[in-house]
Design a protein around this ligand. Structure first.
Ligand SMILES: NC(=O)c1ccc[n+]([C@@H]2O[C@H](COP(=O)([O-])OP(=O)(O)OC[C@H]3O[C@@H](n4cnc5c(N)ncnc54)[C@H](OP(=O)(O)O)[C@@H]3O)[C@@H](O)[C@H]2O)c1
Length: 247
């Protein structure tokens, strides 16, 4: 479904991003991975994808909220392929705290990583995609950006902002045949949710109508749909992948 396409997945060394990257590679995409903390692990992820799927794959160790590093990624992509077909704005962090107790540093870092970083990436990707008048950008938002949750005011704000970003960018980029959609996962069993206290974890699981925690692959399948030509007439949408948490 993505044979010979060029795709960039931010935050793809673990969790949902890693599942998306593997799914894209399985469908024939040449890939750029990204992480922020561990060059050796990033290199090993890229090597694993190359040997398992036979596609081209390399990684950028780059903080999504550092504009200079972000620009460098796109300069590299341009040098190598002269184009980009798919961007998945997936990198994100969670730092829960109740109102009145949220440190400034946590507010700033969460908004920077979850909102500002994706804006930097979207701008650079759109510039590159405009050259070929084609592309698909998928922003990984969250169910919390749609319905909120106690203790998650900043995270919710950062993820709701991604929905606003998606809608505006979809309108602006549609004439260039660049589609922009969001995926809003519910409760997915990655490192991010494993850090929750057990009582919170159990409470969240009880709120899932389908009765099970989502898997990173559940999200990757939805992202694949939005990245591929199966969705050529779909833009400006928010696709929930949440086992019925929202209904
Ligand atoms: N899990 C859920 O239930 C859930 C639900 C709704 C939405 N989401 C969203 O889905 C996305 C992925 O979540 P996940 O659960 O897969 O998270 P995760 O397992 O914690 O993985 C996060 C990934 O993002 C990377 N990352 C973090 N900060 C970064 C930065 N500043 N610059 C570049 N990369 C950075 C990490 O890289 P390193 O390995 O180098 O640290 C890692 O690859 C996030 O945007 C999250 O908000 C998750």
């Amino acid at each position: 479904m993505l044979k010979d396409k060029v795709a960039f997945v931010t935050g793809s060394t673990r969790g949902i991003g890693w599942a998306v990257a593997r799914t894209f590679a399985q469908q024939g995409a040449n890939l750029f991975l990204n992480g922020v903390s561990d060059q050796a692990h990033l290199d090993s992820c890229a090597g694993q994808i190359r040997s398992e799927f036979g596609v081209e794959c390399s990684g950028f160790l780059a903080d999504v909220c550092d504009p200079t590093s972000v620009k460098r990624c796109y300069t590299e992509i341009f040098k190598r392929y002269k184009r980009l077909d798919v961007l998945v704005n997936n990198a994100g962090i969670l730092d829960d705290a109740l109102l009145g107790m949220i440190p400034d540093a946590a507010i700033n870092r969460t908004i920077q990583v979850n909102t500002v970083g994706p804006i930097y990436h979207l701008q650079e990707a759109a510039r590159l995609m405009s050259r070929n008048k084609s592309g698909s950008i998928i922003n990984i938002s969250s169910i919390i950006g749609r319905v909120g949750n106690e203790g998650q005011a900043v995270y919710g704000a950062s993820k709701a902002a991604l929905i606003g970003l998606t809608l505006s960018a979809a309108k602006e980029l549609a004439p260039k045949n660049i589609r922009v959609n969001a995926v809003a996962p519910g409760f997915i069993g990655t490192d991010m949710v494993k850090q929750l206290p057990p009582a919170k974890y159990d409470e969240r699981v009880r709120s899932i109508k389908m009765g099970r925690v989502g898997e990173a692959q559940d999200v990757a399948n939805a992202v694949l749909f939005l990245a591929s030509d199966l969705s050529t007439y779909v833009t400006g949408q928010v696709l929930g992948v949440d086992g019925g948490m929202l209904i």
